[in-house]
Design a binder for this molecule. Structure first.
Ligand SMILES: Nc1ncnc2c1ncn2[C@@H]1O[C@H](COP(=O)(O)OP(=O)(O)OP(=O)(O)O)[C@@H](O)[C@H]1O
Ligand SMILES: [Mg+2]
Length: 440
C-alpha cells in the first residue's frame, strides 16, 4: 500500500495526522470522492500540510470546528446543501468566520465567481486545478490567516496587559488610600487624645495665673506699705529681708511670673494647634482657614525647625476653603517634613530657609507655594516622586508614602499638587486648591 492509499481509509474521517509541525491544515468539503483522492495525491508529498476531508455539506461545519483548518477548499454544487449556503454558514459561525475559503468548481462563469466572492469566499479555482498553483494558494491563504490570528492574539495580549496594569494601579491606589486613612485616623486620634488630656491642666494653670498675678501684686503692695509706714523695721525682720535678698526677689518674682505666663500661653497655642491639626472631619468638608492650618502645622514642627531653619511666611488674602482641614494639614505636614529633611541633609548650608506663600488665583481657586533652598531634586527622581513607596531615604527613615498621600488628598479635593525643582537650586511644591467642591 503506498502512502496515498494508506491515507484513504475513510472518506469521512481525517486521513493525514495533524502533527505539531503541520502548520497548514486543509479541509476539503466535496461530495465527489474522486476529487478527494486527486487532492490527497497532490498534497501527499507536502510534509507541512495536514489534510482533512468531509464529503457531506451538512457535516462540514461540525468537521471544521473539530479540525480548525487554516484553509477550507469547498465545492460549489453539492447534493445536500449548496456551496453558497455553506459559505454563509461558515461566515456566520464564530469559530469559522475568519477561515479562508477557496471555492473549487467546474463552473467557470464570472457571475458565479462574483457572487461567491460577494458572500465571502477568498479565492476561486476551477476543478481540477494545477497542483503547483493549488499548493501555492493554500500556503498563501493559510499564512495570511495565521498572520491575522497572531496579530489578533497580540492585540488581545496587549489589551489584557493594559487591563492588568490598570488593575495593579488601582490596587496600589487602594492600598495607599487605606494606609492614608489608617495613618490619618490613628495620628488624628492620638493627637486629639493628647490635646484633650493636656487642655484641662493647661486651662486651669492659665486661669490661675491671672489670680496669682493679682495676689502677688497685692502682697508686694502690702510689703511696700509696711516699708513706708515702718522705715526702720525690727532687727529680726531686717535680718530676714537681707537673708532672702528681698529687693532681688521683688524684681525677679515679677519677671518669673511674666515668663511663666509666656510659657503657658505657648502651651495653650500648641494644644489649640494640635486640636486644629487633628480636627475629626472625615465625614464632611467644612469652610476652613488655610493659614490657621499652616500655622498650626508649623507650631507642631517647631522642635524640628529650631535646628536652624528660618521660615518666612508671605500670606495673601484668602477666602475660607471648603475642605477636610485635617487632611490638608497632613499635606502641609508631609511637604514641610520633606523640606526639613532635605535642609538638614545639607549640613554645610549656612542659611537654611523655607518660604511659604499663599495667594488667591481666582474666585474659586487659591495657591500655596512651599519652597526650600535644599539640594533640589534631579529630574529622574522627580518623575517618580508621587509614586507610592518611592523614597531616597535610608531604610527605616522614609516609607515613600508622604507625597503619594498628598496627591491622593489633593484628588479628594478636586485640586492639584506639582513640583518645581532643579538639582542644586532647591525645591518648590505648588498646591492649587479649589475653594468649593463641584458636584461630580
Ligand atoms: N523638598 C524636597 N527636597 C528634596 N527631595 C525631596 C523633597 N521632597 C521630597 N523629596 C524626595 O521625594 C521622595 C519621596 O518623598 P515622600 O514624602 O513621598 O517619601 P519620604 O519622605 O521618602 O518618606 P515618608 O514621607 O513616607 O516618610 C523623598 O524620599 C525625597 O527623595
Ligand atoms: Mg516624606
Amino acid at each position: 500500500m503506498n502512502v496515498a492509499s494508506e491515507k484513504m481509509i475513510s472518506a469521512q474521517t481525517t486521513v493525514v495526522d495533524n502533527s505539531q509541525t503541520q502548520l497548514v491544515r486543509v479541509l476539503l468539503v466535496d461530495d465527489q470522492t474522486t476529487v478527494n483522492e486527486a487532492l490527497q495525491c497532490m498534497l501527499a508529498s507536502e510534509a507541512d500540510i495536514a489534510y482533512h476531508y468531509c464529503s457531506s455539506a451538512d457535516e462540514a461545519l461540525k468537521k471544521a470546528i473539530a479540525v480548525s483548518p487554516t484553509v477550507i477548499l469547498q465545492d460549489l454544487i453539492m447534493p445536500d446543501t449548496d456551496g453558497m449556503t455553506l459559505v454563509q454558514q461558515f461566515r456566520e459561525c464564530p469559530e469559522t468566520c475568519d477561515i479562508p475559503i477557496i471555492m473549487l468548481s467546474t463552473n467557470d462563469d464570472p457571475n458565479t465567481k462574483a457572487e461567491a466572492f460577494a458572500i465571502g469566499i477568498n479565492d476561486y479555482l476551477v476543478k481540477l486545478p494545477d497542483e503547483i498553483e493549488l499548493i501555492a494558494r493554500i500556503r498563501y491563504h493559510s499564512q495570511a490567516y495565521l498572520n491575522r490570528q497572531a496579530h489578533t492574539a497580540a492585540l488581545v495580549a496587549q489589551a489584557q496587559a493594559k487591563e492588568l496594569e490598570a488593575m495593579l494601579q488601582e490596587l496600589r491606589r487602594t492600598q495607599t488610600q487605606l494606609i492614608q486613612t489608617e495613618k490619618l485616623s490613628s495620628l488624628g486620634q492620638m493627637l486629639a487624645g493628647i490635646a484633650h488630656e493636656i487642655n484641662n491642666p493647661v486651662s486651669f494653670i492659665f486661669g490661675n495665673l491671672t489670680y496669682i498675678d493679682n495676689y502677688v501684686q497685692d502682697l508686694l503692695d502690702l510689703i511696700q506699705l509696711y516699708q513706708e509706714t515702718y522705715p526702720e523695721p525690727e532687727s529680726k525682720i531686717q535680718k530676714h529681708l537681707e537673708a532672702i535678698d528681698f529687693d532681688f526677689v521683688h524684681e525677679d518674682l515679677l519677671k518669673t511670673l511674666q515668663s511663666t505666663r509666656i510659657g503657658v500661653e505657648r502651651m495653650v497655642q500648641i494644644v489649640l494647634a494640635l486640636r486644629n491639626f487633628s480636627r475629626h472631619d472625615h465625614t464632611e468638608m467644612k469652610p476652613s482657614n488655610i493659614h490657621e492650618g499652616i500655622d498650626s502645622t508649623l507650631l507642631i514642627l517647631g522642635h524640628r525647625l529650631k535646628q536652624g531653619i528660618e521660615v518666612t511666611r508671605n500670606y495673601g488674602e484668602l477666602p475660607l476653603v471648603e475642605c477636610y482641614q485635617a487632611q490638608l494639614n497632613q499635606v502641609f505636614m508631609n511637604i514641610l517634613n520633606n523640606a526639613i529633611d532635605a535642609l538638614m541633609e545639607q549640613e554645610s548650608l549656612p542659611n537654611k530657609q523655607i518660604w511659604i506663600q499663599t495667594a488667591c488665583l481666582a474666585e474659586d481657586q487659591i495657591e500655596i507655594r512651599i519652597r526650600d533652598n535644599g539640594p533640589g531634586i534631579p529630574v529622574e527622581v522627580q518623575e517618580k516622586l508621587f509614586e507610592p513607596f518611592f523614597t531616597t531615604k535610608p531604610v527605616g527613615k522614609g516609607t515613600g508614602l508622604g507625597l503619594s498621600i498628598c496627591q491622593q488628598i489633593m484628588k479628594n479635593h478636586q485640586s492639584s499638587i506639582c513640583v518645581n525643582s532643579k538639582a542644586g537650586f532647591g525645591t518648590e511644591f505648588v498646591i492649587q486648591l479649589a475653594t468649593h467642591q463641584k458636584v461630580v
